[in-house]
Write a protein that binds this ligand. Sequence first.
Ligand code: THU
Length: 128
Amino acid sequence: MDALRQTALDARARAHAPFSHFLVGAAVETVDGRIFGGCNVENSSYGLTMCAERTAIFRAVSEGAKRFTRIAVVADTEKLTPPCGACRQVLWDLCGDLEIILFNLQGASESFRLADLLPRAFDATFLD
Ligand code: THU
């Protein structure tokens, strides 16, 4: 297992999901090889819940990271868990056409490009 996946797995172990019990881990890699993990953090008001992917990317940005290569996402599902729509939009804004690696606890894995998961995305270029 590479460091990116291991970091996502370690983050998943720290997921705070007392309502859904659905534990997710993510890890984002920068162009200079730094890795930042994140887990989902749920809230009793539900809507304030933060997904693992956004926790990871917000952690990275808050540490000064600006350019990214890959994100790995792990959950305990046979059908691999993809980023939700909100996370796709946030990742597009901050990372562009990122490689997204989904995997599960059984070792199944599949890679996607964010541009394929979020076609015709809205972004800052429309605000010019
Ligand atoms: N969740 C994530 O963290 N990432 C995903 O890709 C899908 C969903 C979280 C949000 C919530 O805490 C729980 O999984 C159930 O939706």
